[in-house]
Design a protein around this ligand. Structure first.
Ligand code: UDX
Length: 451
């Protein structure tokens, strides 16, 4: 029987925000809600596959189709807000005149204004935080002006329910305040209208961030509902798609998996810096040599826009030890027995995916929440090492080689692997029937169905 509880989900239009919200949408649909996943025109043309028949997809205008000149970040964000507010309102009005009008909008926490649009049209709403609670809590302290910005070199920051954080453990926007002032406003403003929301949905799980989740729960009705990875990776018995579903990049599917099949168990370093980070040419060269010198097999994702930064002839020279692809099915790759470690930029999805699949990490954070995620990977969850940068901010080939060897072959590496398997188990428990994240999701669904 078709559900009459209809809900809209609106992600921020980048891969790392689409994936978790899409997977959460599928979970809500599996629990009986009717779900419409709303994408915007700037990503529509890049979408490679349409995910799932369990949810509906609609695209609304974000005004990108009318943009003629190069925009500043400020202009992009303002245009997005004004156009999506209008087109979301129209979408709701259209659905409100159907037999199954939506009741609720789950919107990306980067888009707090969506709550106002929902409420003006008789719906309620809740933010979905794609980043870890520790990062959310830090941004909240910044919103409260309890953190002095820009952070001073050498300072250490003490905040409730978290270890003392050095400047290099803090989200980059809080000390590099000059480079992305508009993104800083965006992340801090996530907290601008939370006084009367009934839910704060977070892509994490209670045991992973217990102290900070408890601290946040004393301020807001927060519910951890993650890790939002397809359930088939947590329990092989379950039926689920192997991918999130909406790829903004085209994966080299067969190439990767066939190549991995030829490699020994635990022998491959999987390397990726996610969908946004852009490394310098010098850094790319150091990675090239670090990977080669480690003498491990490596699978490296270098997005099409970044290939030009690879050393000349490198692509032709990669022997059977190395494979460079422009995008891969990351979950399937991490789940492959040949993978020994993940050299990662520590984006929150990549971090959660590695934790949930029991893969230890070599952390090489680039910006945004990644330095904080790296701190927790190393010092709290103890599932990885962090590459130290030299005085010019470069990860040298020697340091890269050393860190890879430590995780793949070293004594500490074995301990990290054991810890990774512990987190994998806890991630599964959280998402299993009756687990903490599953219960929170059930509670959310039940409240909506009876509201
Ligand atoms: C962004 C931010 O940079 C990140 O720090 C934040 O936490 C979320 O938004 P991104 O940099 O793309 O995301 O990194 P990440 O969060 O790791 O998300 C990347 C997603 O793309 C993951 O779900 C990963 O599985 C997927 N991916 C990546 C692929 O499917 N194939 C690839 O080759 C690389």
């Amino acid at each position: 029987m078709e559900s009459h509880t209809h809900i809209l989900l609106l992600p921020y239009p980048v891969q790392g925000h689409i994936n978790p919200m899409l997977q959460f949408s599928k979970r809500l649909a599996s629990k009986g809600l009717r779900v419409t996943f709303v994408t915007t025109t700037s990503v529509r043309n890049s979408i490679q596959a349409n995910a799932s028949s369990s949810i509906n997809f609609e695209t609304i205008s974000d005004g990108s189709e009318e943009v003629q000149d190069v925009e500043t970040t400020y202009q992009t964000l303002e245009r997005f807000k004004s156009k999506v507010s209008q087109s979301l309102a129209k979408l709701i009005e259209r659905h409100n005149s159907t037999k199954c009008p939506p009741k609720f909008v789950v919107y990306d926490s980067f888009l707090p204004w969506a709550l106002g649009v929902a409420r003006q049209h008789g719906l309620d709403g809740a933010p979905f935080f794609t980043q870890p609670c520790v990062v959310n809590a830090i941004y909240y302290h910044a919103y409260q002006e309890a953190i002095q910005m820009p952070l001073e070199e050498g300072s250490s920051i003490s905040l409730p329910s978290m270890p003392s954080l050095g400047i290099n453990d803090m989200p980059s926007f809080l000390h590099d305040t000059g480079s992305y002032p508009d993104v800083l406003k965006l992340v801090v403003n996530q907290f601008s209208n939370l006084q009367d929301v009934n839910w704060l949905l977070c892509n994490t799980f209670d045991k992973l961030e217990d102290e900070v989740v408890n601290w946040m729960a004393s301020h807001w009705p927060i519910k951890a509902i993650g890790p939002t990875i397809p359930s088939i990776y947590l329990d092989k018995q379950l039926e689920d798609d192997k991918e999130y579903g909406l790829n903004l990049f085209k994966p080299n599917m067969d190439t990767c998996m066939k190549w991995l099949d030829t490699k020994e168990v635990g022998s491959v370093v999987y390397t990726s810096f996610g969908s946004l980070a852009a490394l310098g040419e010098e850094q790319m060269k150091e990675i090239t040599w670090g990977l080669k010198n480690s003498n491990c097999n490596f699978l490296w994702v270098v997005r099409e826009s970044e290939v030009i930064k690879l050393p000349k002839n490198f692509l032709h020279e990669t022997t059977e030890k190395g494979l460079v692809v422009s995008w891969c099915p990351q979950l399937e790759v991490l789940d492959h027995k040949a993978i020994g470690c993940f050299m990662t930029h520590c984006g929150w999805n990549s971090t959660l995916e590695a934790l949930s699949l029991g893969v230890p990490m070599v952390a090489m954070p680039q910006w945004t929440d990644q330095p904080t995620n790296a701190k927790f990977i190393v010092d709290v969850w103890k599932v990885g090492v962090r590459i130290e940068l030299n005085e010019r901010g470069i990860a040298t080939k020697e340091e890269i080689e050393l860190c890879i060897r430590e995780v793949i072959e070293g004594k500490r590496g074995k301990e990290m692997k054991r810890n990774s398997l512990k987190w994998k188990k806890l991630a599964k428990e959280a998402m299993d029937k009756g687990g903490s994240s599953d219960k929170n999701t059930d509670e959310f669904v039940a409240k909506l169905a009876h509201s």
